[in-house]
Design a protein around this ligand. Structure first.
Ligand code: ADP
Length: 492
């Protein structure tokens, strides 16, 4: 199958969250399975072209945009550890600046930047002579590819038989735009904008809604989240649009890129290990403690180490931690290693905690891929008390690295972490249901009581590490979805 992926984030070039991991892992898995796949993303000013060996092509892409034509050049490279061609859309005006989205409110012209990426997706495909069976768009940034396919390229022979699949990674970011700008850039016209139209939601253009309604098939990143967004406030106002798509909305659980996340081959670890040599995890733990200047000669070096690697936003449940976590640290029952960046109030909370308990809180502020690997390799537990979680990748990394997850049972966390049962020895982690301090703290307490307590500790780690969460499985399911999308498309 010929697959064109268009996205705002692709690891390792441009990554803010799990979206980037998936737009790299899926194409690699498809390519390894014999599919013909190309990936398109913007050439952001933050991408180091020399570091990744990217080359400028001779292509100059003319992009119809708002009644005129704009031009961009095209760079190319190959996804690391694969043969997947990646193309980078080079428009200095739109992308030649520091940052992917801009801080907090985002760049003022994000509507224009991402509409341009969407429209260019089709023109790049034509310039390359790549006739896709499916265009796979991700989140609000490339959602508008779906109406463009339907409206502008429906009769273009190059896209004859091309189906559109839209994947929702997070309903919290919908792309709400000024209709007069966006519908003009996209050449749809204001006549498409009226209450209840496919572009309109709450008096503005909603890119996510358009993606949902115009796509041949819609997917989201876990089966539980697929239900939650349809029937609960997690749909963030778009429940109606999602319900309208009924059986065309499918939850495909994300997976992890085993070429990058495998404790037996991970070059960032002090010592690689697997289930058979799990005792070596201890060496990684001691190395991390030393790296953070913790006194490892002290008998407290054996304290359970609880890891977190996360964007610091309300979504991730950080608000619960002040009351739920601090007592365990204060009373010397655990150590925390936290790597994150995001909202200042949360960064301040962790900074304060680290100042108060310098021997028990290891803090990394900012983005650090190597450290995120070492934290998974070193941690005994992994904490993820999310308010909502479309899928979550880090708990799957934790499971793979034998760090026992403590999670709130929502979205993909509910699909990947099963409660440990000390009677049957089944389950791979500790879960709590209600988003409350009491439930979160009970779960942390329960987890800490299981630390090194046999036979439970060995069962927990074995159950965690013996499941393969590889993205290869997800990639296979997407191929089914693409096939269904093509069948549906052919009927229209
Ligand atoms: P989300 O997409 O909501 O941020 P996921 O768990 O799906 O959550 O994916 C987060 C990805 O970003 C993981 O690969 C995680 O390791 C990475 N990550 C998050 N914060 C950091 C950080 N500060 N440094 C390095 N990697 C990070």
């Amino acid at each position: 199958m010929k697959i064109l992926v268009s996205a705002a984030e692709v690891a390792p070039y441009a990554k803010v969250g799990g979206l980037a991991d998936m737009t790299a892992a899926l194409p690699k898995a498809w390519s390894a399975a014999g599919h013909d796949v190309i990936v398109l993303l913007p050439l952001y000013g933050t991408i180091d072209t020399a570091l990744y060996g990217l080359r400028k092509t001779d292509h100059v892409i003319g992009v119809p945009f708002g009644g005129w034509t704009e031009y961009a050049s095209l760079w190319e490279g190959t996804l690391p550890d694969s043969e997947v061609p990646v193309y980078f859309l080079d428009s200095h005006e739109y992308y030649g600046r520091q940052g992917i989205y801009g801080y907090h409110e985002g760049f003022q012209d994000n509507d224009r930047r991402f509409m341009f990426l969407c429209r260019a997706t089709f023109e790049v495909a034509k310039a390359l002579g790549f006739k896709p069976d499916v265009i796979h768009a991700h989140d609000y940034h490339t959602a508008m590819c779906m109406p463009m396919l339907h409206v502008h390229y429906k009769t273009d022979p190059h896209f004859d038989g091309t189906a559109g699949v839209f994947t929702i990674h997070n309903m919290a970011y919908q792309g709400m735009f000024d209709p007069q700008r966006v519908l003009e850039f996209g050449e749809f016209g204001m006549k498409e904008f009226y209450p209840g139209s496919w572009f309109e939601h709450e008096s503005v253009v909603n890119a996510m809604k358009a993606g949902i309604l115009f796509a041949d098939k819609v997917t989201t990143v876990s089966p539980t989240y697929a239900q939650e967004i349809r029937w609960t406030p997690e749909g963030m106002g778009l429940q109606g649009a999602l319900q309208a798509r009924g059986g065309d909305l499918i939850g495909v659980l994300n997976g992890i890129d085993r070429t990058e996340w495998d404790p037996s081959t991970d070059e960032y670890l002090t010592v690689p290990y697997d289930l058979a040599t799990i005792e070596k995890k201890e060496i990684n733990k001691q190395a991390l403690l030393t790296e953070f200047g913790i006194d490892v000669s002290d008998k407290s070096r054996d304290l359970p180490l609880v890891g977190m690697v996360t964007r610091l936003t309300e979504q991730k449940g950080i608000s619960l931690l002040h009351e739920a976590l601090e007592p365990f640290i204060a009373s010397g029952q655990m150590r925390l290693v936290m790597l994150g960046s995001g909202e200042k109030r949360f960064e301040d909370f962790f900074r304060h905690l680290a100042e108060q308990y310098p021997q028990r809180v290891l803090l990394g502020v900012g983005y650090n891929n190597a450290l995120s690997h070492r934290i998974q390799g070193a941690s005994d537990f992994y904490l993820m008390p999310s308010k909502f979680e479309p899928c979550g990748l880090t708990q799957m990394y934790a499971l793979t690295y034998g760090a026992i997850p403590i999670v709130r049972a929502t979205g993909g966390l509910a699909d990947t972490v099963q409660q440990y049962d000390p009677i049957t020895f089944t389950g791979n982690g500790i879960r709590f249901n209600r988003y409350t301090v009491d439930d979160c703290s009970a779960a942390i307490g329960e987890a800490l009581r299981l630390y090194k307590r046999e036979p439970h500790w060995s069962h927990l780690r074995r159950n965690a590490m013996s499941v393969d969460h590889s993205a290869v499985r997800s990639a296979e399911q997407y191929i089914d979805v693409f096939t269904w999308a093509q069948e549906l498309h052919a009927q229209h």
